[in-house]
Design a binder for this molecule. Structure first.
Ligand code: NAP
Length: 220
């Protein structure tokens, strides 16, 4: 059995591609998800990868989720914080719930998951953590104060934790993908997507496997 790798939001989109790459490379993979049992079960059946359902925005659920994964698969050496959501809307139309849901799911989740694995990584003197940020956390995006704030928060979180982990052989990196064709992007109205694609130098949306290959580069 290879090292154990956990990918949050690993059952669809970018997370699914990351899980498949990890499995191919010999890792024992755990894919987490929030509530879409149908796609999680279909993914698990097709890939043979174990799936675990818990809400990454809930600290206690993350602690319990990691304890379950470690009991079933072994100590977690690799963590990919990939789960994320959008709840878009301009500031003057955004309510606190939409702000908070994105901050908790996209940013506090990184604390919740890292806190649940960091003691073990420090004890074993090994860890690989990759956090999935976004180009919109670096440049901002109209209608996304919540998402841009959470994603740029991930970049600061990553840099600080990387300083703490270095002496314990724990590397912490972030990837800031551009637009990638997944369910998240399929929700964007076509006319807006057409405009976005025109700004992408290669003239196309990214493929989930583009991001998966970057994750492998950072953890191997
Ligand atoms: P996606 O296709 O919408 O898949 C999201 C995954 O996250 C699903 O497995 C979902 O579980 C899980 N998830 C959502 N909320 C969760 C929660 N509270 N607890 C646990 N799991 C949760 O998303 P994606 O496009 O692959 O995006 C993956 C990551 O890349 C996100 O962090 C996103 O912000 C980032 N990103 C995406 C793009 C893009 O263009 N797609 C660009 C830059 C960055 P269920 O299936 O149960 O809902």
């Amino acid at each position: 059995m290879g090292r154990v790798a956990v990918v949050t939001g690993g059952t669809r989109g970018i997370g699914e591609a990351i899980c498949l790459r990890l499995k191919d490379a010999g890792y024992t993979v755990a894919a987490t998800y929030a509530g879409n049992d149908e796609s999680a079960n279909a993914f698990s059946e097709k890939s043979g990868i174990a799936v675990f359902k818990f809400d990454v925005s809930d600290f206690e659920a993350c602690e319990a989720g990691i304890a379950k994964i470690e009991a079933e698969l072994g100590p977690v050496d690799v963590l990919v914080n990939n789960a994320g959501i959008t709840r878009d809307g301009t500031m003057h139309k955004m309510n606190f719930e939409r702000w908070n849901e994105v901050i908790q799911t996209n940013l506090s989740s990184c604390f919740n998951m890292c806190r649940s694995v960091i003691d073990g990584m420090r004890e074993r003197n090994f860890g690989r953590i990759v956090n999935i940020g976004s180009v919109n956390g670096r440049a901002g995006q109209y209608g996304q104060v919540n998402y841009a704030a959470a994603k740029s928060g991930i970049h600061g979180f990553t840099k600080a934790l990387a300083l703490e982990g270095a002496s314990k052989n724990i590397t912490v990196n972030a990837i800031a993908p551009g637009y990638v064709l997944t369910d998240m992007v399929r929700k964007v109205p076509q006319e807006i997507l057409d405009k976005i694609v025109k700004t992408i130098p290669v003239g196309r949306l990214g493929d989930p496997d583009d991001i998966a290959r970057s994750v492998m580069f950072l953890i191997e």
